[in-house]
Write a protein that binds this ligand. Structure first.
Ligand SMILES: [Zn+2]
Ligand SMILES: [Zn+2]
Length: 436
């Protein structure tokens, strides 16, 4: 049995025992300090919720977080990777452990009906006024992060090392992690041995921690394509080269890359999300534009997909005798999130021990992407966990419930916030003190 398979077997054992015992302990006893800071954290949550800011515009948000962490005695640097923040608590020799929260919101109009719903708007980079909401729950992540910062600062006698709290901008456009790393996140500041992140989850009951060892989120690349033809009258196709037909054949050809060229056991997705060309019925246009998203877990599969898409597009253009090969631009990709299997197993064991076996649940990998991947790529052992944020009764109702990015997404604040802080404190304390 390989080490990875041993880890998988161990996780399977944990999960089955979780189902059998389904025990969760009284979380309020594990981090009793939470009760004292809860009203303040809830006020912070509502404030952040009402003041969402989009990617790389998180000025007020970063300022609020920086003020709080400075007051707690953290060494705070702002403006890292444009609007990111780094807060260090140096507490003697020991490992450097990073806890990441995202700080950005989405251009979504909130329709939760909450008393503290966001009514905010902002001009985006294109000069368009857009509605804003924390429809992905990053306000919850920030609030939990501040709660954990508070508890860890008050418990310095119980751990040793350097706690590195990172408020990352622009997760929603998968640009913030790369921007912070390019701005010296792992060189101007201590390079973390371990990076942890927790995201709220619409498919798990409030407070339950979801985990997945190995590849957890897919890589993502956007491709902008322009297919060139020769325009002409729709009644005389023999005098033109029709880029609409080239595009139509390309869309189907590209899909066969997944069905015929990749291992069916290695997940991959290519979606043509936009296709634009032509104006009226009787004119053959000279160009068609397409926008694609490409997802994969295995970096080799990703590379193959990107090369095969170009090959298919070029071949269709050649077959149609197009005047030029298509223009293909690959934009802003992020890598797949890989959760270190041994570290994941260790964290889940610790959470199961302290919070109860029922507090953790294995969840499937997802083709959605997350730039949390970049911290692992930069050399840290990284684990991205999820935490359930839905009333268990609602989940059990069988109704279709809002998911992340929905205008109706509203995580259940209590007990999710308490569980989040508890899980973060338990995991961090263990990682700072466990012999390794
Ligand atoms: Zn999101
Ligand atoms: Zn998110």
């Amino acid at each position: 049995m390989t080490r990875f398979h041993a880890v998988v077997a161990f996780i399977a054992m944990l999960t089955s025992s979780a189902v059998a015992a389904d025990s969760t302990k009284d979380v309020s006893l594990i981090v009793p300090e939470f009760t004292k800071i809860q009203p303040d954290l809830e006020a912070l949550y509502k404030d952040l919720h009402q003041h969402p800011e989009i990617a790389f515009h998180e000025i007020r948000t970063a300022d609020q977080l920086a003020k709080r962490l400075k007051a707690l005695g953290y060494e705070v640097t702002t403006g890292v990777g444009k609007t990111g923040i780094v807060a260090l608590l140096r507490n003697g020799p020991g490992p450097v452990i990073m806890l990441r929260t995202e700080i950005d919101a989405l251009p979504v109009e909130e329709k939760t009906g909450l008393a503290f719903a966001s009514k905010a708007t902002m001009r985006n980079d294109a000069g368009v006024t857009v509605p804003l909401a924390h429809a992905c729950g990053h306000d919850l992540h920030m609030t939990g992060w501040v709660g954990t910062a508070t508890v860890m600062a008050g418990r310095k006698d119980r751990w040793h090392g350097t706690l590195m709290l990172v408020g990352q901008p622009a997760e929603e456009i998968v640009g913030g992690a790369a921007a912070m790393l390019a701005d010296g996140l792992f060189s101007r500041f201590p390079k973390p041995d371990i990076v942890i992140g927790i995201h709220d989850e619409p498919t798990l009951p409030s407070g339950q921690v979801g985990f997945h060892a190995g590849f957890f989120r897919a890589s993502a690349d956007t491709i902008e394509v322009t297919i060139f033809g020769r325009g002409g009258h729709g009644a005389y196709p023999q005098r033109a080269v029709d880029p609409i037909v080239i595009a139509a054949r390309s869309v189907l050809g590209i899909q066969t890359i997944i069905s015929r060229e990749t291992n069916p056991l290695s997940p991959a997705v290519i979606t043509v999300g936009a296709i634009h060309g032509g104006t009226v019925a009787n004119i053959i246009p000279d160009q068609v534009q397409m926008l694609l998203t490409v997802r994969a877990f295995d970096p080799k599969v990703r590379e193959h997909l990107l090369a095969a898409i170009k090959r298919q597009l070029d071949a269709e253009a050649t077959a149609a005798d197009a005047p030029a090969m298509p223009s293909i631009k690959i934009i802003g990709g992020t890598d797949a999130v890989y959760n270190d299997p041994e570290l994941t197993a260790h964290i889940i064991e610790v959470l199961g021990r302290d919070l109860g076996a029922g507090s953790v649940r294995e969840m499937p990998a997802q083709m959605g992407s997350e730039d949390f991947s970049q911290y692992g790529r930069a050399g840290a052992k990284a684990v991205l966990l999820h935490i359930g944020a839905v009333d268990p009764a609602e989940l059990a109702s069988g109704r279709t419930l809002p998911g992340l990015h929905s205008p109706q997404w509203a995580p259940q604040l209590e007990p999710t916030l308490r569980s989040m802080v508890t899980a973060e404190v338990v995991v961090l304390t263990d990682l700072f003190t466990a012999p390794r």
